[in-house]
Ligand binder design. Sequence first.
Ligand SMILES: Cc1ncc(COP(=O)(O)O)c(C=O)c1O
Length: 448
Amino acid sequence: MANTKIEQRYIDEHPESMSRYHTSKNLFPNGVTHDARRLSPFPMYVTHAKGSHKWDVEGNKIIDYKTGHGAMILGHSHPSIVKAVQDAVAEGTQMGCSTDKEIRWGQLVNELVPCAEKVRFQSSGTEAVMMAMRLARAYTGKTKVIKFDDHFHGWSDYATAGGSGLGGIPKETLETMIVLPPNDIGLVEKAIKETNDVASVMIEPTGSHMGLHPIPTSFLHELRELTERTGTLFHMDEVVTGFRLSKGGASRKFEVTPDITTLAKILGGGLPGGAVAGKADIINLIEFKDDASYNHNERVGHPGTFNANPISAAAGTAALELVRDTDVNAKTEAAGGKLKAGLNELLGKMEIPGQVTGHGPLLFVRLGVDFDVEDDGATFELTDSEWSKVNDGHRNSQLHLALINEGIDPMSNGTRLIIGQDHSDQDIENTVSAYEKALSSVRESGLI
Ligand SMILES: Cc1ncc(COP(=O)(O)O)c(C=O)c1O
């Protein structure tokens, strides 16, 4: 098939990226190292990043709205984090012993996260969620975990249930997961009562994929009440929302305290890091007792070469101190509000059906239908046929390329934007005018 005008401009302006892709595609599946980094006709390759910008291998300066899959709320190459990492590298990167750095990092989690009586570090959100599910099963003596349709909790065998890419996962593993549509507390109660075997209910607090299918806050409160009443653990997965929606994440913002939470992304200050945190008697199932039989059969084991490694601990500590001591949350919330308003005004001006919605710094651009949004700015109702207009893959992928052509790198085909503290008023203005040009190109192609 012939390239579209948008694709041809992308190809013409990214010869260096194309040449790297020819090498990468023989090395890596789809030429990439993360499912979400695929891009047709080929991905953009970047060299470095600073603040709200990154530079591609062709030397173009791009406003970044991926913000490191959501890890870089403080902006790229923040001087305090760079210094903390440089100092830590010189002191030894992996000494196989406990360090002051891990204590400081743990204290900050304990101070900021409402349910975090105790903490255990891992190297990623995926690992943190695996540990949270295992702790819930050990704590309750029950097997099943309830999760919600398409909610993303990393790529472990269990967490992938209800998502896609199920190849290689034993069906026995999937059968231990109960996947329910969100927002129906009656269904959750029925599953807990009928099976009498549910260890925990796990949720992304703003809805699947950071809020792609948003949920009302009232559902979190309903889940908290139900789980408490039925002796089921409530697990809020705050890998994305933690330290972002407020200093204490969605939990503090929405005033819901779960039994257990999982953290990553901002936690590691831009380096790999994950943590499970929660009530002490749950996390303490990792502790050894003076009882060989208990240790062998009941204790929850947790080794891991890079758990709380000093470099991630140093970066994470610097990041969490900045979250605690500065107005990063207020800044990103305000910038998100400005960008949301600017893009909604643009859609109105261009007479393009759609809405930009989202909580604070997590924004979603939904094209194809006009709809009303609740007062929280994030939740709304759409029919299946309206969702299919919003999810038009060809239109959205053309929008993504058109935005890169205009100097913007969004997530999820131009439909998701994650704001960091360095996104300035000028960046926001430039982003709105880049969307105007990109949407005009998509319209010219007949897709709007
Ligand atoms: C809510 C949620 N949980 C878990 C994960 C997995 O984290 P990681 O990519 O660090 O393994 C993610 C990743 O995006 C996530 O969004």
